[in-house]
Ligand binder design. Structure first.
Ligand code: PEP
Ligand code: MG
Length: 591
């Protein structure tokens, strides 16, 4: 491929923003240690060399751990802590030393053999958590090997400012090193929205595109790359025309964002005086801080399963308690709604397979089968409720029995805490996510048995339209403005209100300008959006009269297709709320 011709590669937008920089292709380190036979007299030196390499690698990891913990929070640093535990693994050390001594082989060969033989059962294990560990094992052993072989230990921490990292994927320790002051963009051949690298990029606000397919081979270090993290495009050798067009858009967005900054401190009150609880969706403490800066009034969805994914193991009650309490204190008196682990579906641990994961052992189904883990989490959440306005909600409920069983576990957790003499909020509220058609249809009956409902439109759309939310082949069919989805949202909101409880929306529907118009017209009480969208959402709320929006919704609900709904909403918005034309939510397609 001629290096100077523009080439546009389409992937999945995983972290919004634009970036232009010089490519640095990240290649996975693949050491090939030679086998050397030692004289018995050389053994002592070889053992020393091994220990030195181990200590150097451990020191590096420790520095990294401290840095990530300081910059991004303790929950993020878990990605590194896992590796610190592995590098200190006494068995690996003991077996490597025995190999050097008994097989009379050099340190790098002995270490490679030991790691290989000890990780084989892990690789074969049916436990998905173990399989994920293989990534860490490879990452840690490569670090030690670099020291043993004296290879260049340059990491992503040392790249030049203005770099766009192009990689197949990044190992966890490298992903944690992404420094936004140096790395302006990220392009990944693999992965999707929920890969650990994508999560890190989003939390650090580095524009990123994932899932481009084979690309690294076509990119040279230093080559110019433009990353469009809104549309999911990586453009190699962008033409002058292309860059001019982007310059215009970047400037428009800059002016736009500046105009929004004044809204950060404004109240989310509609034009006719209704206050909407505008909160944020978060995964990590770093995002909670950003949400607070952007003016969120609480957390509407805390996706706790990332804690699980970061640790590669179930977090303990104590570990969870510390994280939940920090966020609860940060937002007090505003609510922090903690969603119990939503594992399964697209958040599977590497190597775990299920024929239809989204229809399988996911979310509340998985948790109800692991009451030990569920109990730990519920006790941690309840304990945190003594320090702020904490609530819990359950994902993917599809039957009333699931809600009842989950509530029983909440009571059991309360009993255990009482027995321990530990405090929790006596008015602790339990809610549920409406993400399945059955929950929406049964919303009136479910609403009788809980304190609030929060609609997860991403899954509700997926399950209502039978469209896998992560499958690019059917992506065109995924549309949360489909009349069937609107009908279920309306039914849920009405049911909650008839039962006298509040109802919110935490799916991407609430981050879509047209979706917001619909929600305000349907009388939703709360909306939860990603932290960066808070100021924009406030601006929109402040410009909409809910009575007028309700009339628009009445018409929309009579239509037959998503396109008709969209056209009507756009037309009516232009007519009735012309001042909203400047808002730019168009990139949210509701996936
Ligand atoms: C949803 O499904 O809309 C939702 C908010 O949950 P998640 O995106 O985490 O599945
Ligand atoms: Mg969901």
């Amino acid at each position: 491929m001629a290096r100077s011709i523009e080439k546009s590669c389409r992937g999945i937008p995983v972290s919004p923003g634009f970036a232009q920089g010089a490519a640095q292709v990240y290649r996975q380190y693949a050491p090939a240690p030679e086998e050397r036979v030692l004289e018995p007299a050389q053994v002592a030196d070889e053992l020393k060399r091994f220990r030195q390499a181990l200590h150097a690698a451990e020191r590096e990891l420790h520095t990294l751990y401290t840095q990530v913990k300081r910059d991004l929070g303790p929950d993020f640093a878990d990605f590194i802590e896992v590796q610190l535990t592995l590098i200190r693994d006494e068995e690996v050390i003991k077996n490597t030393e025995a190999f050097i001594r008994e097989a009379l082989r050099n340190a790098e060969f002995s270490y490679a053999q030991t790691v290989k033989s000890m990780s084989e059962p892990v690789a074969r294990s049916a436990d998905p958590l173990f399989k994920e560990r293989m990534l860490d094992i490879a990452d840690v052993s490569n670090r030690v090997m670099r020291h043993l072989l004296g290879d260049d230990t340059r990491s992503l921490l040392e790249v030049a400012p203005g770099t766009v990292v192009v990689a197949h994927d990044l190992p966890p320790s490298e992903a944690a090193l992404l420094d936004p002051r140096r790395i302006v963009g990220l392009v990944l051949e693999a992965g999707g929205k929920t890969s650990h690298t994508a999560i890190m990029a989003k939390a650090k606000e580095i524009p990123a595109v994932a899932g481009t397919g084979p690309l690294c081979e076509n990119v040279a270090d230093g080559q110019k790359v433009f990353v469009d993290g809104y549309r999911g495009l990586a453009i190699l050798n962008p033409s002058a025309n292309r860059l001019r067009a982007y310059d215009d858009e970047i400037e428009r967005r800059r002016v736009y964002r500046e105009s929004l900054s004044a809204l950060t401190t404004s109240d989310p009150v509609t034009a006719d005086g209704r206050t909407i609880d505008l909160s944020a969706n978060i995964e990590f403490i770093a995002e909670a801080r950003a949400a607070k800066r952007y003016g969120a009034r609480g957390v509407g969805l805390f996706r706790t399963e990332y804690m699980y994914l970061a640790k590669r193991r179930p977090p303990t009650e104590e570990e969870q308690f510390l994280v939940y309490t920090e966020v609860a204190k940060m937002f007090k008196p505003y609510p922090v709604i903690i969603r119990t682990f939503d594992l399964g579906g697209d958040k599977v641990l590497a190597g775990y397979t299920e024929a239809n994961p989204f229809l399988g052992l996911r979310a509340i189904r998985l948790t109800l089968g692991r009451l030990d883990l569920f109990g730990d989490q519920l006790r941690a959440i309840l304990r945190a409720s003594a320090f702020g306005n904490v609530k819990v909600m359950f994902p993917m409920v599809s039957t009333i029995e699931e809600l009842r069983r989950a509530k029983l576990e909440v009571e059991r957790a309360k009993g255990a805490l009482k027995a321990r003499g530990v405090e929790f909020d006596p008015d602790f509220e339990v809610g549920l996510m409406v993400e399945t058609p059955s929950a929406a249809i049964m919303a009136d009956r479910l609403a009788k048995e809980c304190s609030f409902l929060s609609i997860g439109s991403n899954d509700l759309t997926q399950y209502t339209l039978a469209v896998d939310r992560g499958n690019e082949h059917v992506a065109k069919l995924f549309d949360h403005l489909h009349p069937a989805v609107l009908y279920l949202i309306k039914r849920t909101i009405d049911a909650a209100h008839q039962q006298g409880i509040w109802v919110g929306m935490c799916g991407e529907f609430a981050s879509d300008l047209l979706g917001m118009l619909v929600l305000l017209g349907m009388g939703v009480d709360e909306m939860s959006v990603s932290p960066g969208m808070i100021p924009e959402a406030k601006g929109i709320i402040r410009n909409i009269d809910t009575g007028v929006a309700a009339e628009v919704v009445t018409h929309a609900l009579k239509l037959g297709t998503a396109l008709e709904v969209k056209n009507l909403l756009r037309r009516e918005m232009d007519r009735k709320f012309p001042h909203l034309a400047g808002f730019q939510f168009e990139e949210n397609k509701g996936k």
